[in-house]
Write a protein that binds this ligand. Structure first.
Ligand SMILES: Cc1cc2nc3c(=O)[nH]c(=O)nc-3n(C[C@H](O)[C@H](O)[C@H](O)COP(=O)(O)O)c2cc1C
Length: 309
């Protein structure tokens, strides 16, 4: 059976968002935290602590994601996360951000397959307290890099390989490269999960029909636009407008309680970057959301789009 996974999205799919999806819709087989960057010997930053606090993830199948090029720091995190009760940790080989890439991390690591081998050799030289999965792009500048990168992953007992079928230089543009997926299905040793541009339950099911060897599909932006997509994928009803309103109000309330009104506006604007795709015919209200400076302005614009409760 296919697994339907919620993708990690920094600033968007944090613990409160995950809790709201679980409460209102469910259907997610695995939730991934936005990336955590270990700082060796230093306690987690507040945001990171919140993401992995077991009480914030109670009852949810959550996989913490770690971004590092330092095997000792990764090993340290595995121990900390295992002690907190996590059984799987995901490693990020996809982040395209300039600051991350400059440090040779995320998709920047893909330029150095020898370095990747040293990193994994060191990680897998010890007995691990967690299983390790990888989320990766298919190259840095060119998909021709993919076979060599996949050959590295194939040397290690990864529990899963989640492939965002773009190279770093694509950022989020161009189309996901389906040839690279077909190649990975033929060659990858680890169970393969597809990621990239899935925007509907029908689209996710079509992928599974087209590539029956996939063990799952991970959905990011499409799940922020439609937080009910996972319930639908599990055979449930499509999300209604009233349900989206209730989800929004609950999340908004949780954000206000934790972050205060000003930071909540920032977070809601991020969310509307995706939720707004539902309302192609309401450019004025979407602009209002983008511009709003007060809670009252925000709620008026959001109500116009979502409908009154
Ligand atoms: C705002 C934003 C933040 C993201 N943060 C992360 C992250 O922390 N870790 C990660 O592996 N991928 C991150 N991604 C990439 C997504 O997980 C996913 O691979 C990408 O959006 C493609 O899938 P989608 O088309 O279903 O959204 C982020 C993407 C966006 C748009």
């Amino acid at each position: 059976m296919a697994g339907w996974y919620l993708a990690p999205m920094e600033e968007v799919t944090g613990d409160l968002f995950r809790v709201a999806i679980a409460k209102h819709f469910g259907g997610v087989d695995r939730y991934f935290t936005p990336f955590l960057s270990p700082v060796t010997g230093v306690a987690f930053k507040t945001r990171q602590g919140r993401e992995i606090d077991p009480s914030h993830n109670a009852g949810l199948p959550v996989v913490p994601q770690v971004l590092t090029d330092n095997a000792d720091a990764a090993a340290h995190m595995f121990g900390v996360l295992a002690d907190l009760g996590y059984s799987e940790v995901n490693l990020n080989f996809g982040c395209p951000s300039g600051t991350v890439v400059k440090k040779g991390r995320g998709s920047g690591f893909l330029r150095d397959v020898d370095g990747m081998k040293r990193f994994f050799d060191r990680i897998f030289s010890a007995e691990l307290p967690v299983t390790v999965s990888v989320k990766t792009r298919i190259g840095f500048a060119d998909a021709a890099e993919w076979p060599a990168i996949l050959a590295v992953y194939n040397q290690y007992p990864l529990s899963e390989l989640i492939v965002h079928a773009r190279v770093r230089e694509d950022w989020y543009g161009n189309r996901p490269n389906t040839e690279a997926i077909a190649y990975a299905l033929a060659e990858a040793k680890a169970p393969l999960v597809y990621n990239g541009d899935v925007t509907s339950a029908a689209g996710a099911r079509e992928l599974m029909r087209r590539y029956p060897g996939l063990s799952g599909v991970m959905i990011g932006r499409g799940a922020v636009t439609n937080p009910g997509i996972f319930r639908e994928l599990q055979g449930g009803e499509a999300m209604t407008a009233a349900e989206l309103r209730a989800f929004h109000d609950d999340l908004y309330g949780m954000y206000c309680a934790r972050y205060g009104a000003k930071d909540t506006l920032f977070k809601m604007k991020e969310l509307w970057g995706y939720l707004g795709d539902r309302y192609p015919d309401a450019p004025r209200a979407k602009k209002q959301i983008h511009k709003c400076r007060t809670e009252a302005e925000y709620l008026a614009a959001a109500s116009e789009l979502l409908g009154e409760a």
